[in-house]
Design a protein around this ligand. Structure first.
Ligand code: GLT
Ligand code: MN
Ligand code: MN
Length: 387
């Protein structure tokens, strides 16, 4: 019961279970874990894959011979365990060179460094079998408006992404690019702050069909937005290329909490949405163990994310199949053939008919939608007293 298996497509980042518990006020509390050890541990726990930043696997400044040795060792662990690397991404935020932006640095030398690092990360990912390339523009933001940069960054971002996509195609890597919005942190304000902004921006790229989103639960929640609605819109646009699952309280720093540990109801309806959407991609947990934990707590955290997801999946399915829920929803989405005939694509005749039609406004004004009942049933499923 609730046992994670590779077919569930659960993934973690090397940087998530490998998080050493540093925060802006405190030093690391845990040792860095060897990536090979992480691969074996995740496989043992039933995960499908492990994702990484270039620097998670190959620390900055590693000489080429050592780089090759690291990759060989890592690939051996993947072969032994069957674990996949579905996604890679470049770390464009840790190096002090990126302090005022990577792709949007005012200094073209920094922009060139960011672009080169991205191409090298694509090379690395291709070697590991990755097909999803995440772009999280964490440093592409500002604390100061006096530069007027907010008007210029869009061309730089487009130029960099178009270059990267063309490179991927040219090399035959076949990446699908997943852009990840976040409102703030580490910058005071990040330019591509929300799912809506990102969806609009990607349409301005040369190959929008190769670009989608990697939305994160915590990031929309930080901005006080509804993550379930954000994911629903992304799905509507066929742009859910990857997803970062975690948890978060609103109006706080990016907490990256264990999935389902805070907003249980939102997690429930998110799983309900994802599982009924036909989404086939990885269920990635971009979260980390609390700073209070030693290594054992890290694996408790990882197990918890997957177990909660599977429990919610079962509960969401039971909720949808509940006859009372189905009856309530049948009434909710009332079928009225006469009214339906007035809707749909425009025609002159329809517009005329619409103006003449008698709509029972008094009844409509009095109608109730039974949402208290419906929502209480969901709550009771979550509380474990139903069915
Ligand atoms: C970083 C960030 C995440 C991004 C990762 C991808 S790194 O931890 O907080 O939201 O998904 O670069
Ligand atoms: Mn993320
Ligand atoms: Mn986050």
């Amino acid at each position: 019961m609730y046992e994670p298996k590779p077919e569930h497509k659960f993934t973690f980042g090397l940087w998530t279970v490998g998080n050493v518990g540093r925060d802006p006020f405190g030093d690391p509390v845990r040792e860095r874990l060897d990536p090979v050890y992480v691969v074996h541990k995740l496989a043992e726990l039933g995960a499908y894959g492990v994702n990484l930043h270039d620097e998670d696997l190959i620390p900055r400044g590693t000489p080429p011979a050592e780089r090759d040795r690291i990759i060989t060792r890592f690939k051996k662990a993947l072969e032994e365990t069957g674990l996949k690397v579905p996604m890679v991404t470049a770390n464009l935020f840790s190096d002090p060179a990126f302090k005022d932006g990577a792709f949007t640095s005012p200094d073209p030398r920094v922009r060139a460094y960011a672009l080169r690092k991205s191409l090298e990360t694509m090379d690395l990912g291709a070697e590991l079998g990755a097909r999803i390339y995440v772009v999280w523009p964490g440093r592409e933001g500002a604390e100061v408006e006096a530069t007027g940069k907010a008007r210029r960054v869009w061309d730089w971002l487009r130029e960099a992404l178009n270059f990267m996509i063309a490179y991927s195609e040219d090399q035959g890597y076949g990446y699908r690019f997943a852009l990840e919005p976040k409102p703030n942190e580490p910058r005071g304000d990040i330019y591509l702050a929300t799912v809506g902004g990102m969806l609009a921006f990607l349409q301005t790229l040369d190959r929008p069909e190769l670009v989608g989103l990697n939305p994160e639960f915590a990031h929309e929640t930080m901005a006080g937005l509804n993550f379930v609605h954000a994911v629903a819109q992304i799905l509507d646009m066929g742009k859910l290329f990857h997803i970062d699952l975690n948890d978060q309280r609103m109006s706080r720093f990016d907490q990256d909490l264990r999935f389902g540990s805070e907003n249980l109801k939102a997690a429930f309806f998110l799983v309900d949405l994802l599982e009924s959407s036909g989404y086939q991609g990885p269920r990635h947990f971009d979260a980390h163990a609390l700073r209070t934990e030693e290594e054992e707590g890290v694996w408790d955290f990882a197990r918890g994310c997957m177990r909660t997801y599977l429990i919610l999946k079962e509960k969401a399915q039971a909720f949808r199949e509940d006859p009372e829920v189905q009856d309530l929803l049948k009434d909710y989405y009332r079928e009225d053939p006469q009214a339906l005939s007035l809707l749909g694509p425009y025609s002159k005749e329809k517009a005329e008919a619409l103006k003449r039609a008698e709509l029972p406004l008094d009844t409509l004004r009095r109608r109730g939608y039974a949402l208290e009942r419906l929502d209480q049933i969901a709550v009771e499923y979550l509380l474990g007293v139903r069915p």
